[in-house]
Structures are given as C-alpha cells and as structure tokens.
Write a protein that binds this ligand. Structure first.
Ligand code: ASP
Length: 593
C-alpha cells in the first residue's frame, strides 16, 4: 500500500513520487491550503494539500486527528524559512496528489503530545493510543533491539533457544504462584512458572549443554515498588562450568549489548563480596555511582555512655554505622527532618547527626544533638570518617538489618537529591552470598533458591548452615539487580541436605521435587546459570523511570490490566467445568451456581 514510511522521507527523495500510510498527527488549515502532519512508527512528515486537487482536498478537509490516510504526492524542498533542521523530515514536504481516507477516528481520550495531562490509568486503558507516541515507540524499538542483540550473542556462543512449559508445577523463587485449574484433572492445578529454573536444570541433565530463553515468568507478589506479575527474563544455563565461566560470558554479553546499542564502553565489572557490599553500602545491590560509604563505628560506640549507640554497638546482631556526606553541613533542619522521616520507613527510630562546621575548633566547631554523649570518642570518630569542614555525618544504630536498610537507602536518596553521581554506569558483581537468611523466628530460607550450590560440603553445611556461603552471583547496575544466578547442586545428597535444612522433609521433597531428585541420579553434569530481568535492563538502557514504560501492555500496581479488564469474572458453566465453586458469589453474577 505504501512506498515509504513517513519517517524515511528526506531531501534525497526530492522530485520523487511517494505513497505513505499513517495517522493524522496534526492538521492545519492555512486559508485555502491544508497542512497534514502524517505519522507512522518511523516518524512524522508534512504533507501539503492544495484546493487544485479537488478530491484530495475534500478528503484532507474532512480528516481529523488520528484518521488513517493513504497519501500519494511529490517530495519537494520546503520553502526557505519554513525548514525545520531539528526534524529528520524537516527539510522537505510532500505536495499531495491523492488523499484516501482509510479509516476515520473518534476524538482520542488524549492528544498524543498532551499525554502528561491525563493520569496513567487513562493511558493504560487506551494503551494502543499511548503506544502511538514516538517516545513509546522508541522504547519498544530499543527493547526489540536489545532482545535481538542478546539472542545473536548467545546463538553465536552456542546457546540453544529452548522453550519450557508455562503450565507446570510450582517452581519456588520465593513468591506466591499463579495457579491454573485443570479441567481434566478435577481439583488439581497447574502453577505458572516463577522462572524456568527446574526445566533449564533438567535440560542440562539431558545434555543440551548451553540453553537460553527469553522467558515469561509469573510471580504473585504484593506489588511493591516497580514489579509486574508477569515479567521477562533472559534465562541462561550451561554445563561443565564454574562461577567464572558464567560471569565472564554474561559480562561480555552485557558489555557488547551496551557497546552495540548505546555506544557505551563499560569497564570490566569489579567483584565484591556480599559482606563487603553490606558493610560499605548497606545493600547487596550497591549503587557505585554514589561516592558515599557506611563506616563501621561499633568499636568506638562501645565506649560511649549513650545507650542508643552503645546498645547496638555491643549487641551481636547490632550495628552502628556512620555515613559522611561531604558538604552536607549546609542541609537545613527541615531537610534533616525529612531524612529522619525517610529512614523511619525502614524501621530506624531516629537519625542522629553531627555537622562539622570547623574542625580546628574541636567540640565547639561541631553542631549536633548527640555529640555531648560521645566526647570521649569524637576525635577518633572524625578521623575515622576523615571529616572535613562543611561535612555532615549521619548515624544509624539498631539491629544490623535495620541499619543497613535505612542508612543504605539514605545513601541512595542523598546521592539522588544532591546529584552526587560520579559516572553514568556503574556495574559490578556481588559474590559469596550467604546460603540462607534467617527470619526473626530463626527459620532459614534460601537467599537465592534451594537449588543453589553451597561453597562447602553437605556435612559442613549441616553443621553451620547460618554461616554457609553459596556459589551465587548477582550482576548489579546503578543500584539495580540486573540478574542473578549460581552454580547449582547437581548431587542428590547435597540437594536433600538443603531441603532438610529448609525443613522440607523427604516426603514433601519427593512430592514437590521428586522429578528433580530423580533426574539428579541419572548423570547430572555440574552446571550453573543466571537470569537477567529484561524489563529492568531495558528500563535502565532507555533511561525510563518504571518498567511499565518499557512493557507494551503492563499491569497496574494492583496486578490488573485496565485495557482488557483482566482479571475478570467467568461464567458459572466454566467454573462447573473446572469443578470450582466460589466461596463468595461474585457480586455481578447473581445467576451463578
Ligand atoms: N531462576 C533464578 C531467578 O529467577 C535465576 C537463576 O538462578 O538462574 O532468579
């Protein structure tokens, strides 16, 4: 139907006849001449319709925004003074000969360039209109380019793209499962995969050696922050590998991706142990663009006569950490109050601080509500954090977990608020994770998933599970976990030991993971892998603020699709087929049952 995309028209086509199909982006009536800005996925170009071409003119006259037109005309240079060098098609226009209305359009719920004036709900409800915006098209185009580059890289490295089932059994990644009732097996349910974890391991047992998949994963989580109930992973697994093999290959992949798609040269990724990341940044996904660090001051605070500090400093599960912010003494009381509220979200009971106005003056040069309680250690403290005039030092004193979360988050917030970033991209690997984390009741749960190999023997693991390290690694970029993986357990005894420690008894293990335990007996090779969150990767590379911006049809924070109105009610016949009776009758369906 067409010879060119609108966005492709430029001065090399002058005097040629072209045909485009697209949407009316804007229509202007200039007393006798009609200007139509026509848009398609490649861009916008200007068409001029003269009353001389009567039919074309009549059609252009009745066209409105978002009408679908097919226009044929001759490309010409725009008259001097009306050229727009900022637009790829801005040097030319097309003098229309034929204008055909392929379809009309009612007034859209928002004008594309006024999308900011409507709420996100309106945009999500009419996502097909929202996706017409050049900005959205660019992001999805970038997403396509990223997946393509990743596929090409992995195919080149001998990875095979293999699909794994979506209707399956629970795959534990720590979230709730989405369940699908089976009609043919009354009372039984499939679970949608939280990741292809077990299938990719079974592919290694089968001998495929190198697998990848751009796979949909489903997790029924309380939608904190920026999550989606269904999201996409670049899922990778390989056999006869150790940590370095997987880390090297995936690091090269990300480096090549940035190079090809963004023309950004990433330096080699530093590696940091989990413990160091927690100590220095209070986070297992530290944002290394921010030059602020937590400093341990437990030993100093053990010596002060101030319970708020000496308590956690002396407690086995406590921590007192200082965060020095260069130049931060200029923060106002009000700003400090805001930060105090902020750390409260993470459970911190307060936010102590010292402003260093003039170090040479000793105590008189300091301003702080707490310094009077720590006069005996203050000089050592200032030395330890290398305090200079004009700095502020914040403190967190509580359970280690709370200090890390609160002061770690404060560090990131200060970095953003004060624009302290030292570089655009700061990738790193975090390694040597603990195998398990302990909840307040002393119950252990896997830090990654229960198929992650520990760094020690089954006996050593049994002896001291709480302190065991795992062979897991996370790739972090700008404070976001881009991907995580591990070397897996390929030995049945080890797998049973881990299940034991997690309180999954033999019978339960057999019921839930019998197929994996069985497979491990049939010659499972050493193997490991990693999965990247594609949505987050695209978000970072696109400079987008949420993953919703880089997903064509995302769901809301409450896990609903405003456009299709999913999830929706189903008929009583469907429920009957599935052997399901609802406990509470759906409000609208009074005829159910
Ligand atoms: N299945 C893991 C996840 O979804 C990734 C991996 O261990 O490869 O986080």
């Amino acid at each position: 139907m067409r010879s060119h995309y609108c966005g492709q028209l430029n001065e090399t086509l002058v005097d040629q006849t072209v045909t485009v199909c697209g949407w009316v982006h804007r229509r202007r009536d200039h007393g006798g001449v009609i200007f139509l800005d026509m848009r398609d996925r490649d861009g916008v170009a200007q068409f001029v319709v003269d009353p001389d071409t009567a039919d074309a003119f009549a059609n252009a006259d009745r066209a409105r925004n978002e009408f679908v037109l097919r226009i044929t005309g001759r490309v010409r240079l725009r008259p001097e003074g009306t050229q727009n060098p900022n637009m790829p098609t801005g040097m030319i226009e097309v003098l229309a000969k034929d204008v055909e209305v392929l379809n009309t359009a009612v007034t859209p719920p928002f004008q594309l360039d006024e999308h900011g004036k409507v709420g996100e709900e309106v945009r999500l409800k009419h996502r097909y209109i929202d996706l017409r915006r050049p900005d959205m098209i660019d992001k999805l185009r970038l997403r396509s380019r990223i997946s393509h580059t990743v596929r090409a890289f992995l195919e080149n490295q001998g990875f095979l793209d293999i699909e794994t089932p979506v209707l399956t059994r629970a795959t534990p990644e720590g979230a709730r499962d989405y369940l699908v009732p089976s009609r043919t097996h009354a009372g039984n349910f499939f679970a949608l995969p939280q990741s292809p974890q077990l299938f990719k391991q079974l592919l290694m047992v089968a001998g495929f050696d190198r697998y990848y998949q751009i796979a949909k994963c489903f997790r029924d989580e309380d939608l904190r922050a920026d999550r989606q109930p269904e999201f996409t992973q670049i899922d990778i697994e390989a056999s006869f590998v150790e940590e370095n093999d997987i880390m090297d290959i995936t690091e090269s992949m990300i480096r090549q991706l940035f190079q090809e798609v963004l023309d950004v040269e990433l330096a080699a990724f530093p590696r940091m142990t989990w413990q160091e990341a927690m100590d220095r940044f209070g986070s297992d996904k530290p944002d290394l663009r921010i030059p602020l660090e937590l400093t341990n001051v437990d030993d100093l605070m053990q010596q002060v006569d101030f319970k708020v500090f000496s308590g956690p400093a002396n407690a086995a599960d406590g921590r007192v950490a200082a965060l020095k912010v260069p130049g931060g003494a200029s923060l106002s009381r009000k700003e400090i109050d805001e930060y105090t509220k902020f750390v409260g979200i993470y459970g911190a009971k307060g936010l102590a601080w010292i402003k260093v106005n003039e170090r040479a003056k000793g105590l008189d040069g300091l301003q702080s509500p707490i310094v009077k309680f720590m006069e005996n250690v203050v000089e050592d403290l200032l030395d330890r954090v290398d305090a200079k005039d004009g700095d502020i030092i914040f403190f967190g004193a509580d359970k280690t977990r709370i200090v890390n979360e609160a002061i770690g988050a404060l560090r990131v917030k200060l970095g953003a608020d004060l624009d302290l970033y030292t570089q655009d991209w700061a990738p790193l690997w975090v390694v040597d994770f603990p195998m398990f984390e302990e909840d307040d009741n002393g119950r252990l749960s896997p830090l990654h998933h229960p198929f992650t190999a520990p760094s020690c023997s089954p006996e050593a693991l049994k002896d001291d599970p709480a302190n065991a390290l795992s062979r897991a690694y996370d790739m972090v970029l700008n404070g976001t976990e881009l991907g995580g993986g591990s070397i897996r357990i390929h030995d049945q005894t080890m797998q049973r030991t881990v299940f034991d420690i997690l309180g999954i008894g033999q019978a339960e293990a057999q019921e839930k993971f019998g197929f994996l335990l069985d497979a491990l007996q049939y010659g499972a090779p050493p193997h490991g892998g990693l999965a990247f969150g594609l949505d987050r990767l695209v978000m970072l590379m696109a400079g987008a603020k949420t993953i919703r911006e880089v997903i064509a049809f995302p769901k809301t924070q409450s896990a609903a699709c405003l456009m299709t109105d999913a999830p929706g009610e189903v008929s009583s016949e469907q429920l009957k087929d599935l052997n399901i009776r609802l406990r509470q009758k759906a409000k609208a369906d009074t005829t159910a049952e």
